[in-house]
Design a protein around this ligand. Sequence first.
Ligand code: NAG
Ligand code: NAG
Length: 982
Amino acid sequence: MDAVHAAITSEHAEETAMGVTKQYLRYVPSAVFGVIGSPKANAAYVMLRGGERGRYVAVAACEHVFIWDVRRAEKVLILQGTKHEVSYLCPSPDGSHLAVGYEDGAVRIFSLLSGESSVSFSGHKSAVTVISYDALGARLVTGSRDTDVIVWDVVNECGLYRLKGHKDAVTQALFLKDKNLLVTSSKDTFVKWWDLDTQHCFKTMVGHRSEVWGMVLLNNEARLLTGSVDSELRAWDLSYLEQGKELGEPREKRVKSLLEEDGEDAVDTVDEGLEERILRCDKAGSILRESRDRVVSLTTDTKAKVLLCHGGDTMLEVFTVLPPEEVQKRMEKKLKKAKKRAKSQGAGEGVPEPVVERKLGDEILRLANIRASGKIRSVDCVLPPGGEMKVVLLLQNNTLETYTLKTTEKMPEATKTGRLTLSGHRSDVRTMAFSSDNMAVLSASAETVKVWNRSTLQVIRTMACEYALCSIFVPGDRQIIIGTKSGNLQIFDLASGGLLETTHAHDGALWSLALCPDQRGIVTGGADKTIKFWEFELIKDEESGSKKTLTVKHTRTLQLDEDVLCVRYSPDQRLLAVSLLDCTVKVFYTDTLKFFLSLYGHKLPVLCMDISHDSALIATGSADRNVKIWGLDFGDCHRSMFAHDDSVMFLQFVPKTHLFFTAGKDKKIKQWDADKFVHIQTLQGHHREVWCLALSPSGDHMVSSSHDKSMRLWERTREPIILEEEKEMEREAEFEESLAKGEEPVVPGETKGEAAPAGKTTVETVKAAERIMEAVELHREESRNMQEYQAACKAAGKQLPPPKMNPILVAYGNISPSRYVLDVIKKVKSSELELSLLVLPFPYVPDLLALFNTFIQDGLEVELVCRCLFFLLRVHFGQISSNQMLLTVIDNLRTNTISKVQEIKVSEVRGVPPANSPDHDSTGFFPFFPQDVLGFNSAGLQYLQRELEAKEDVMFFADATDRFEEKKRKRKKRERVVLTIA
Ligand SMILES: *[C@@H]1O[C@H](CO)[C@@H](O)[C@H](O)[C@H]1NC(C)=O
Ligand SMILES: *[C@@H]1O[C@H](CO)[C@@H](O)[C@H](O)[C@H]1NC(C)=O
């Protein structure tokens, strides 16, 4: 590293000596704008600062989450992401948090108060497709495109279990309120029921022939409604069978006795019996949607009174789910009618009483259809008691629409209450430009051209236009001109926001336009194989008489043999470069329009190019992925560089330099040095093809636009870039990426094969493991010193001065070595604890187990210690059980753990911290709201309970007495009661 530095310094010194200091300055991302809502994820109503429900909506905006105040059409909060796009959003039941799933499988939980993320989970290998909270907000379930379902403990910030079984992307996952069950649906056509006590799929519903795209629970979880690829919503009646009640059949008895033995294998063999013991599903009919394509969203309000459904088109269908009393009334009415009819038909004595069959259509009624102004991507609603339902629709085309609907009326009409469209384009922005004062930015798409304030990123003007391909600010910044796909030039006045003129310029797309360096006119090139020259003119406005308006006058035409893709003037105005469909760039003299030279070499057409400020260099970017740098004196190619992994879409020199930027279809923006032919930096951020760039005349700002609908502002900093370091950083980033792709065990006890190699975990967890190892080593050394000291005392027959304490311990306030180990473990991020322990080499484990025993005895951090203990026991089961030396340790642990854990449970259920646990709050519990403490602690308890139970089949505890077994069972029952109350 030093050598590199030295080399660079000397190079710099040389350059400085020659008077040509060249410093590369870093450009950094500054803002994302133009996105209202990305169609990758859903929209969700959230609560914010105690504001009213139905006012704030969370939507994905590429890697960020935007919270919009839909009433005032203002962005009020940004939940910052980093790299990967958001793929799912789910607010917590109390409205204080938002769980966000990402394309790479990560999940982060943000506080809606602070906008910060405090918890992150990583366990999925690809996009998170669904997230749900349980009723208490203590557990989270996530489903992914990787087909896994993972249940997370929000309190302890760790994974609880990974549920494998689906064969395709998971589309919905729902906890049940009163039962420890989970139901999931998938594109694999199945709906699966999971018993979370055993983490077992006990039922697979096979009634669907194709993908199940959505699912809701209705009627107090007594009915399941599923949506698939057709217009039928299928309903299933659910009956939960009480444990022990259905034991009439001898087979069931056998099942029960097998289960009593707690054997995993036994459970497997009686899978079917178990299923019947828990739940029955019976098809209860179906509801027909009007829409014919697949279900995209199927959702209800929180009380499941109203059902909302839409497909990939513009129609939202709203149904009302009648409560049982009303269904009853309805049926009675029907029966009366039927009787009347029977009577009027003069039926005699012998005819049986008429019967009316109760159909699903009597319980779920169509309320209204809402036609949105674009294709719907997602829907959410809030239904205040007795009030109007508020509905928000995220459309496919970067729009949010809100409606209200009076659900109590018979045939309610939906009212459109708002539409968020202003701060973004409906379609991709193909061209951008900077005003000459660096202050305003123009962006134009297929239907609108917008002008933005660069410093506030607020829209100053929005004007309807034709499909725009290229654009400029007219000198003076009062007008703008765009060139369109239909071959027109459109001139807009910024003060009035009006279209001044549409001039037909080319028969075919107007691909490129450039301002004449003398600022008196423009040149345009199009698909009609011509170049046209235009002069600005001010003419009297006929209407107002006095005011003058801008127009363009066609002066000259240059006919060519091929379609023109790009035109650029040399800044000295001597030459005009023209890129043609035949892959060449031809250079003409501007004054005579005589041919000067041709640039041959690109294998595919040049899509973009630019000429340096001194008219010395021309850089060309092509669909062949290369960039070439040419001298404009002789047309010699100085260098060809492979630039992007796909077409180079845009190229521009940084004003007054020989540095230039390129934008690629490969999502990247890169900066290059046209003298030294080096790649300086890569700007990553866009998630799809980058279409265009614009650098501000000062070079301090750059904007870019992409197929991901975002526009990004980049800023030049004063931070110099050292190329070697930049390369090193890029390599490291790539390495991290590859690490992140590795399979990480996230759920306790989950190992891939035998010991999971360290290389698969993140840098963070490896570091945490190293810190634990160091602490254990320090503990060992101190113990050794202490032993030696005691031996020395004995030999000397008197007290000797004690040995010097390790300076680290002194620094921490003379704490004991064992306390130091505990502190180090406490400092490991809760979400990384298991992974860190996993990479800890086994030789450190016996030390830790012995230490854990003393911690538990002393009542120190019992919960945390238990969590570590059980995890280590699971992971190193084989090695521990074969180690005679460890058996006494384990035996002690067993007795101590059981008694301590019970003690803690009692006090926690009561909501008070146990005695002997002064640091209780720092064990990884969130600072939650008082009313939730019981719920969250119950979840923590459940976790311990499950862990304890899991240990049952681990041999250490296998010899536990029968009395303990029985106690545990009783306790389990009692705890269930506590949990349902909570
Ligand atoms: C896009 O949304 C707007 C409303 O925001 C609508 O008028 C337009 O028709 C939509 N376009 C498409 C192609 O869906
Ligand atoms: C942009 O906003 C800033 C701050 O509100 C204001 O001072 C400036 O004049 C605005 N610029 C334009 C071009 O509207």
